[in-house]
Design a protein around this ligand. Sequence first.
Ligand SMILES: [Zn+2]
Length: 379
Amino acid sequence: MTAAEAISSEELRELAEFRASRGVVVSLSLGVDPARAGMPAEIASRLDSLVAQGRREGRTVLAGVGHAERQAFDEDLARAAAEARSAIGAVSVACFADGPDGLWRSAAVPGRLPDVVKVGRFPYLVPLMSADLNEQALAAAVSRERGEIFRLRSGRLEQLVDLSEQQPRRHRDAEAWQQARLERHVDELARAHLGRIAVQLDRLVAANPSAGLILAGEHEHVAALEALLSHDARAAVVGAVRVEAHAGMAELERLILPLLDQKARQEERAVVERWRSELGERGRAAQGWTDTLGAACNGRVALLLFTAGAAGAARRCPICGRASPAGESCAVDGARLEIEPDALDLVIRLTLGHGGKARLIHDEPGLNAEDGVGALLRF
Ligand SMILES: [Zn+2]
């Protein structure tokens, strides 16, 4: 692991609201696929091209500014590149740097990120929002003694923590009264063991609130663990599978992976269904750039839906903040509209900045027919 950590929704919101004033923001994301971890030279050369591209972009954006600003930009780009380099072979990384304005954030992302470098007034958040949600899933295999926690990495389970411990056995030959006392003792130990697992899971879910969690084990242990979880961790549980206490990795993967895939597909389908039915009833939904941008700058977007093909430019009023796909001057205050080169990035920033969420939708013809963007609205 590198120093970079998963990014919280609060930090995302801060990034979404950040606007450079003295410097410019360097946003760099480098995708690392752990399944191909034997190719660090290939990743390093992708990073070199990204840095070269960043330097070219920087020259364009910083044309005509002073030496100090250009030097600050060079330092920011070098810092982001060094951070990405340190993660080669481990995880995907997204970095945001603007030294003159005091911005530095790097995030380790479990899924594969697109390789992107951008230089501009705002952190470029599209790559982070496009990471595969399923790649953040957690699973726990539990019994009276077992306590293994896994995360999903490139379609495989990878052990994160092992809290397994030996527990005393029940004694068959004990006197009846003694037996009862012993069993209570053993049950207390098992309960304490499950409690330690619950504490870890609570922490992991708190650090990564969008992670789904799958519990594996005998029914009684899974139920006891679930009861010990925090409210948030319990809400993150997307399913449970029944396995014997000593089930091996192959069996865990065989049962857990299809369940995760199925849950992700179901969730996406449910979201799209809700969006379609809200649209049909002219309810709380937006479709296409004009409606979605309009809703996003008013803080009405609860969940932004976008496809990989969503693209375009947008305009934004520097006075009132209203955003639209086209136009010269603001309909409200007459101010000359500023061009935003990337409408998707703008709508993501507006959504996150108002506390909404964003989600990449893999296959939805209705969304693609209208610019590849839409939203579920708060009001
Ligand atoms: Zn305006």
